[in-house]
Design a protein around this ligand. Structure first.
Ligand code: ZN
Length: 116
């Protein structure tokens, strides 16, 4: 998926605190998120993804995006294209992680019910 196919809202000013460590984040993004509710209907909402200098360190997509901030200091016309590519990579990575967590939760639920 690329940003051409999804409406992503990037917040660079006044990003929220990291939900994991409570520190201020570098940036946050609101990404459309689709899931099925209990009656099996598709629901579309927005999911907030944050980039935290501490918690996201060590993940390639996040590291590259942090490196851009470290070198350029800010996002402007000169680095907008590079920024867009890095944001895409970072969000793909973040979504991958979210999917893994969903998968893990389902397995845990099965395990609790003794079905695994
Ligand atoms: Zn954090």
């Amino acid at each position: 998926m690329t940003s051409a196919e999804r409406e992503i809202e990037i917040l660079l000013t006044d990003p929220p605190e990291c939900g994991r460590c409570g520190r201020g984040c570098l940036l946050s993004a609101r990404v459309p998120h689709r899931w099925q509710n209990e009656s099996g209907r598709d629901v579309v909402g927005l999911r907030q993804v944050v980039l935290c200098q501490v918690c996201d360190r060590g993940r390639p997509g996040a590291d590259e995006l942090m490196a851009l901030f470290a070198v350029d200091g800010q996002v402007g016309l000169a680095n907008m294209e590079a920024f867009g590519v890095l944001v895409d990579n970072w969000l793909d990575e973040a979504e991958q992680k979210a999917v893994d967590l969903d998968h893990l939760e389902r397995e845990q639920e099965l395990w609790r019910r003794g079905e695994l």
